[in-house]
Design a protein around this ligand. Structure first.
Ligand code: SF4
Length: 200
């Protein structure tokens, strides 16, 4: 299906959400956080919230990066309207705690879990807590105002597509990634998308 757009409840979404998946949503962790290779752009307001919780977060980070929060984000900012504040900072990429020959996001721990995710759970901060919004919705992503499935990251790393190879008849991506899409666009827009998809 060509990559066109639909508008649901005022939100622009990509028709790539209607494409059939490879299978059910994978939560196995066998990918060892393949999507975290390059780090992530984080809205400035989220960066500020993470840094306000720096002392709470330290016990959950890889020890070599825990004490110095100046290392956690790159210095250069990125101005783009996809981010609610209009400004984002990238998480720093460093040699992975589990394998120093490969780089990964500084918040990635030796157990391949995200320190911001683990800490948010432990501190009872709800979902997504301190986990960057773009990471919490992955592989759903907003790019140039269009919310869709992140073809780019999955193409760069096939282990990062978050799908098991299951048969028969895999479901469309918007069904497989319902939770991530509802977080990204809201339940009302999701419901409208599902109705539109089912009427095609
Ligand atoms: S913040 Fe967490 S989920 Fe996001 S790229 Fe870094 S380690 Fe991965």
């Amino acid at each position: 299906m060509p990559d066109q757009t639909l508008i649901v409840d005022g939100v622009v979404v990509s028709s790539n959400l209607l494409t059939l998946s490879h299978g059910e949503h994978c939560h196995d962790g066998d990918c060892k956080a393949a999507c975290c290779v390059g780090g992530i752009w984080v809205d400035l307001l989220e960066v500020q919230r993470i840094l306000e919780h720096a002392n709470d977060l330290r016990p959950f980070l890889a020890p070599q990066y825990a004490l110095n929060e100046d290392l956690w984000f790159e210095d250069d900012d990125y101005l783009h309207p996809d981010f609610p504040s209009g400004v984002a900072l990238a998480t720093r990429t460093v040699p992975r705690a589990a394998n120093a020959e490969v780089d990964g996001c500084i918040f990635l721990r030796a157990d391949h879990l995200c320190a911001l995710h683990v800490a948010s759970d432990a501190l009872g901060l709800g979902w997504p807590g301190l986990k960057p919004f773009e990471c919490a919705t992955y592989p759903i992503r907003r790019a140039d105002g269009i919310v869709g499935y992140d073809e780019e990251t999955a193409a760069e790393n096939p282990h990062a597509d978050c799908q098991k190879r299951t048969e028969p008849s895999p479901l469309p991506r918007f069904v497989v990634f319902k939770a991530e899409l509802e977080l990204a666009i809201g339940k009302k827009a999701y419901s409208e998308l599902a109705k539109r998809a089912n009427s095609l």
